[in-house]
Design a binder for this molecule. Structure first.
Ligand code: SF4
Ligand code: SF4
Length: 492
């Protein structure tokens, strides 16, 4: 069948599916989806991948490096640990840059690979398809039995099955809520909440209750509506995808015109035998043969269902497959379009910038500024002092001792108080005097270079200035004038 004919079939076949949702009845009521359990190589691969992701999700909070979490997203106290490295409010510019880089990456990734993330990585899909729906099949049976059970009146069997299912759903939601909290506050803090009386950790207890309730509600009732009605990433697909993006698509050139298979009759139709297997497995209730749709979460169930059918009728697999619209139409795999090249250049630039900032990021930040509103102080033994504010930010997990030295001239530094030792992840503000010999001051503004040392290693050099006595300057000028006039006298 040529392409024009296919287009006509599509138009004649009506685009009405674009005006409705597969999960909503014509009357506006929700249509509960009972997808058939998918089986096949993609489902197997996704099960394994989901298992790995779940291990990472539940296992990471238990990883400890030198007494600190491996990963922590403490948004409440604005403390973050990524791969064992601490980040705090002072690293706000890094957070901003990381967010911009991530957004560009999402644009780039989606432009090339469509909603691959939704099907394989998104926690909603992982939990819904690889955990909770599997529990449905295990307790209530296949999709037909599930429908029958839901529509039947309450019997002993129904009460038992539903009771067990709700209990398991609740337990997993409770565990997930604890895990989420462990990512935010750390596993040690979570342990304290779990073992101590509720009255000592009211906010922690409320957070666990809230998250448990939310997860339970999403997975027991809200389900696929989260992807179709709420997820902002799903809504953005219309602008992120183009005809070269790889999506899960039905090869209409190969499949149309579709029609039932008849025994002992030479087939003049396309490869789609209108068995509807790809529709009954779809967890969002759509027919992928209508084309790419917002509801499709790229779960691969329809690929497996159709491949199984193709195996049975001895046709090549891949009538539904990962392919772009242009890939179907022109049989080419063009990935690097002008848009993708543009995104890639921006992405590389952002990643380079981020890498530069991360690799040059200091563990201790020191700023030294002359105290505002202060001039200079005359000191005994013909010395002059300036008062400075020193701010030290310790970004590490360890206590740090700081030393400062004058590098470009003779002088003395006196730190006031006992504030040279800085606590981990803390900032300390201290005052210090710098004393110079009056004789050595030749100008009103003397440039100083201060070396900052931690554990004997120079970590920073700071340029500042020292205000000297004006009289000295005048004295020096007078002295110079006197020298000049003496020279003139000698010359005479
Ligand atoms: S599973 Fe394949 S053959 Fe069956 S209706 Fe879907 S596309 Fe056609
Ligand atoms: S159309 Fe296919 S890939 Fe998309 S959600 Fe339905 S079954 Fe999953």
């Amino acid at each position: 069948m040529n392409e024009n004919n296919v287009k006509n079939v599509e138009i004649e076949g009506s685009e009405s599916f674009r005006d409705s949702l597969g999960i909503v009845e014509k009357s506006g009521k929700r249509k509960w989806v009972y997808p058939k359990e998918p089986k096949g190589r993609f489902t197997n691969a996704r099960n394994v991948f989901s298992g790995i992701l779940l291990i990472v999700l539940f296992g990471t909070p238990f990883i400890d490096i030198n007494g600190h979490p491996f990963m922590l997203f403490d948004i409440i106290n604005r403390k973050f640990i990524l791969l064992g490295f601490p980040f705090g409010p002072h690293d706000f510019y890094l957070l901003g840059l990381t967010m911009i880089t991530t957004i560009v990456f999402i644009f780039l990734f989606t432009a090339v690979f469509g909603r691959l993330f939704c099907g394989w990585v998104c926690p909603q899909t992982v939990f819904m398809e690889s955990v909770f729906r599997k529990i449905d099949y295990w307790i209530e049976g296949d999709h037909r039995n599930q429908r029958r059970l839901n529509e039947s009146s309450w019997t002993g069997e129904k009460t038992f099955k539903k009771g067990v299912k709700y209990l398991i759903y609740f337990s997993i939601s409770f565990l997930t809520a604890n895990m989420l909290l462990a990512w935010i506050i750390g596993i040690d803090a979570l342990e304290k909440i779990v073992v101590a009386p509720i009255s000592e950790h009211t906010s922690g207890f409320m957070a666990i209750t809230l998250f448990t309730g939310l997860f339970y509600w999403i997975f027991i009732w809200f389900r696929e509506q989260a992807c179709i009605l709420v997820c902002p990433y799903g809504r953005l697909q219309g602008v992120l995808l183009d005809h070269n993006s790889i999506v899960i698509a039905y090869d209409y050139l190969r499949g149309e015109p579709r029609g039932k298979i008849k025994r002992n009759e030479e087939r003049k139709l396309g490869d789609c035998i209108a068995c509807n297997e790809c529709v009954v497995v779809c967890p969002t209730g759509i027919d992928i043969r209508n084309g790419t749709q917002l509801e499709c979460v790229n779960c691969t169930a329809c690929i497996d269902a159709c491949d199984n059918v193709m195996d049975k009728i001895k046709k090549p697999r891949g009538l539904i497959r990962y392919v772009s619209q242009n890939g179907i139409k022109e049989k080419v795999k063009k990935i690097f379009t002008t848009r993708v090249i543009g995104y890639t250049i921006v992405q590389v630039l952002l990643l380079s910038l981020l890498t530069f900032f991360l690799t040059t990021r200091s563990e201790i930040d020191v700023t030294i500024l002359r105290s505002p509103g202060m001039f200079y102080q005359e000191q005994p033994n013909d010395k002059v002092s300036n008062l400075y504010d020193m701010k030290v930010l310790n970004k590490t997990f360890d206590q740090k001792n700081i030393e400062v030295k004058l590098l470009n001239r003779e002088g003395e530094i006196k730190i006031l108080g006992d504030n040279k030792s800085i606590d981990p992840q803390e900032a300390a503000l201290t005052k210090m005097f710098i004393l110079l010999d009056k004789k050595s001051i030749a100008t009103m503004n003397t440039p100083l270079v201060i070396g900052v040392y931690s554990e004997g290693i120079e970590i920073q050099r700071i340029n500042t200035s020292f205000l000297g006595p004006v009289e000295k300057k005048e004295h020096v000028e007078e002295h110079n004038d006197k020298d000049d006039s003496d020279k003139k006298e000698d010359h005479k």
